[in-house]
Design a protein around this ligand. Structure first.
Ligand SMILES: O=P(O)(O)OC[C@H]1O[C@H](OP(=O)(O)OP(=O)(O)O)[C@H](O)[C@@H]1O
Ligand code: HPA
Ligand SMILES: [Mg+2]
Length: 192
């Protein structure tokens, strides 16, 4: 819930997605994804391999994994292309790579947001090169109509307006990731 007495009340212009809406959507996505993978995709004894894209997907990954009813393993990659800016630099940097062999695994990439699409475009090509059994994407947020490349996203939480958002893992200059909702900052925050 947006708390008018909290430290961020002066900095957030408006809420785009509330904590309750996020919780309901995570449960819905968890049920859909579990049913899809339980139904003939995962062989007996197989796990779904979640690849979380950090740092942004940290909150969604933690919530989403607990909403699944199929067994999972988790890998984390840390990628960055925004730094302290509100537009993509276009260059994806690997800050942390996958640790295990993913060949033959069913991979589900867990992302917080698809904006320009450049991060996922790069990551999907990278993962395909590791010869998994399949690669699909779940993203909590997407800004429709602004992708510079075509991104196949099988599971999506919300389409949102084309504004720079923060909260639920998403940052501006590394801040605001801990907010439990998704919101838009007041313009003066960027002008500081
Ligand atoms: O579709 P795109 O335009 O590529 O934007 C999406 C990516 O950008 C953000 O990551 P960022 O580079 O800010 O790193 P972070 O997750 O550490 O904040 C976000 O978390 C996504 O991974
Ligand atoms: O709107 C955004 N907010 C925070 N990080 C992002 N990375 C891509 N788009 C965004
Ligand atoms: Mg970021």
């Amino acid at each position: 819930m947006f708390d008018p007495d909290s430290w961020f009340a002066e900095q957030i212009e408006r809420t785009i997605i509330t904590e309750d809406e996020i919780r309901a959507k995570v449960a819905e996505l968890g049920a859909i994804v579990s049913a899809d993978y339980a139904d003939g995709v995962l062989a007996d004894g197989d796990e779904l391999l979640l690849v979380g894209v950090f740092k942004g997907a940290v909150m969604f990954m933690a919530d989403f994994a607990r909403a699944l009813s199929v067994p999972v393993k988790m890998e984390f990659m840390a990628l960055s292309s925004y730094g302290s800016h509100t537009t993509s630099s276009g260059t994806v940097r690997i800050l942390k790579d996958i640790d295990s062999d993913v060949a033959g695994k069913h991979i589900l990439v867990v992302e917080d947001i698809i904006d320009s699409g450049l991060t996922l475009d790069w990551l999907l090509k990278y993962l395909e090169g590791l010869h998994p059994a399949s690669v699909s994407v779940v993203s909590m947020l997407r800004k429709p109509g602004v992708q510079r490349v075509d991104i196949p996203v099988k599971y999506l939480g919300f389409d949102i307006p084309n504004e720079f958002v923060v909260g639920y893992g998403l940052d501006y200059a590394e801040r605001y990731r801990e907010l439990p909702f998704v919101g838009v900052l007041k313009p003066e925050v960027y002008q500081k």
